[in-house]
Design a protein around this ligand. Structure first.
Ligand code: VGL
Ligand code: ZN
Length: 203
């Protein structure tokens, strides 16, 4: 079965949102065009408690973009975003959400961030996404969404590790690009790990 995985296409990652990704809104029509050509469609939601440890606001003397340590691992500090129950955490309304058959939430544990849709950044808790994809008998996974250099990349790397034949739909993703080469590096990392890279017009 072919499954489309839509990563974090939420209001806070769109222009005007709390952690806006440049051009994040431009991927929505691209996804809407593809969405009905899959057996299953699964969306992930970044879904943080209001006091999440990835928020700069929770660390005295730290600013957005600073790096701190969480459980001895470096953690970039973000603006408050995708807080549970807020408009910012909702799926983008322009997305054809009627065709999304499952939603998987991540980043819900206060002390640890979760870029991947499968596991938290300390690889300790899983979200149930792998079991869901198994239940859907997914053999092929196509990934799109936000952001290429964080949640999309780590989701793809875990999917490959778990043995899914994984394809990234490049033009249905946008990157944060804290550094200008982050998107390019993320593409390279995913490709080296075995991800197939395509543009939506090749589908
Ligand atoms: C993301 C930073 C923080 C993402 C989520 O969805 O790529 N990035 N939380
Ligand atoms: Zn987040």
């Amino acid at each position: 079965m072919k499954t489309l995985l839509i990563v974090d296409v939420q209001n806070d990652f769109l222009p005007g949102g709390a952690l806006a990704v440049a051009g994040g809104d431009e991927i929505i029509p691209v996804i809407n065009q593809l969405i009905d050509s899959y057996d299953h469609v699964v969306a992930t939601l970044d879904y943080h408690p209001a006091d999440h440890a990835s928020f700069a606001s929770q660390h005295n003397g730290k600013a957005v973009g600073d790096i701190t340590q969480l459980a001895e691992k470096p953690q970039i500090l973000w603006p408050d975003h995708c807080v549970q129950g807020t408009h910012g955490a909702q799926l983008a309304s322009q997305l054809d959400s009627g065709l999304i058959d499952h939603i998987v939430r991540k980043g819900q544990i206060q002390q640890v961030d979760s870029y991947s849709g499968f596991f938290d950044n300390h690889q300790q808790n899983d979200t149930g996404l792998n079991q869901l994809l198994q239940r859907l008998e997914t053999t092929e996974l196509h990934v799109c969404g936000l952001a290429t250099d964080y949640c999309v990349k780590f989701t793809v790397l875990d999917a490959l590790q778990l043995g899914y034949k994984t394809t990234l739909i490049k033009d249905a993703c946008r990157a944060v690009n804290l550094q200008p080469t982050d998107e390019q590096n993320a593409h390279q990392e995913m490709q080296l790990a075995g991800c197939t890279m395509i543009d939506s017009k090749q589908l």
